[in-house]
Design a protein around this ligand. Sequence first.
Ligand SMILES: C[S@@+](CC[C@H](N)C(=O)[O-])C[C@H]1O[C@@H](n2cnc3c(N)ncnc32)[C@H](O)[C@@H]1O
Length: 283
Amino acid sequence: MINRETILECIKGPMEHYHQKMNNTIGDWKPLIGVSEKLLAGKEVKDDELPSVLLPLVEMMSLIMQITKESEWDWSNPAIQEAYKHLAESHLYKNFAAATVGIVSSIIRTVKIGTIVEVGTGPGQVTASLCEKMTKHNITTPLVISDKSPSISHTGENLRKSFPHLKINDFVWDLRENPPSEMIEKLTRPVLLFERFCIPYGGYDAIDSIGPIADILIMIEDLNLTGKKEAYDIIYEKIGAQFFTYREAKEHLEKHFSFIYTCDRKTIEALNFPVTDFTLAIK
Ligand SMILES: C[S@@+](CC[C@H](N)C(=O)[O-])C[C@H]1O[C@@H](n2cnc3c(N)ncnc32)[C@H](O)[C@@H]1O
C-alpha cells in the first residue's frame, strides 16, 4: 500500500521550485491566445508580442502550421525530432523537466519502487536528466522507456551508453494498444509511471492503457480547466494531440486510481492558468 502523505511530501519541494520559476518568468500568459489565433490564421507574429520565455512555443506552432500544410506530422521524422529537441532545451520546457525529474527522483529516494516506466519518451531529454539525478544519488531502480516511434531503440542505446551502470530497457508501445507482453515481463511492482506531453496523442483511451500497470502516475499534460478550446489547441490537433479537459481525464483516471491530485494548484491560481500541468494519481 502506497502512503499518500509520503508521496505528497515528495512533490512539495519540486513544485515550489517550479512555481517560483513560472511566477518569475512568465508573468502574463494571455497574449499566447492572441498570438496562436494569428498563427492559425497564417499571420506573422513579432517577437515582442509575447514574454520571451514563451517564444519557443511560437516557433513550434509555426513549424506545425508549416509542415501540416504540406504533409503528415511524423514524430520519427529527423527534422521534427531536431525541432522538438530544440524546444525541449528551452527555459520553459527545462522548467517542466526539472519539476518532473524532481518529483520522480524524490519518490524513488523515499519509497521502494520496483520499476520506473516512461511513456512517449521521444528523444529522451527528461530521461537523461533523471538518469543523471539517479547516478548522483546512487539509485539503480530499473527503468523502462517506451514510445510509439521505433526511434525509441536509438534513444535507449544512447542512454545505455551514457549511463552503463543503470538498467534501461526500451520498447515500442503505441498507447492506443495494450502494452507489449515482453515489456510487462520486465515490470516489478510497485510501478512508478511518468510521462510528459504524450498522452493526448493517444487520446483518453491512452489513460486506460497505462492505468492497469501504474501504481503511481505522474502526468505532465495540459489539462484544460475552462472547457474553452483556444487556437493553440486547434494547432496541436493538427499533429494528433487531442483537446484534453481535466474533467474528462479525471473520469478515466478514476477507473484505475483511488487518489487524484493537482500538484500545481498554487501556480494555476497565481498565474490564472487555463490548464493544469502536473497531475498525480495513486492506486
Ligand atoms: C511532444 S513529444 C514528447 C517527448 C518527451 N516525452 C518529452 O517530454 O520531451 C511526444 C512524444 O509522444 C510520442 N507519441 C505520440 N503518439 C503516441 C502514442 N499513441 N503512443 C506512444 N507514444 C506516442 C511521440 O512519438 C513523441 O515522442
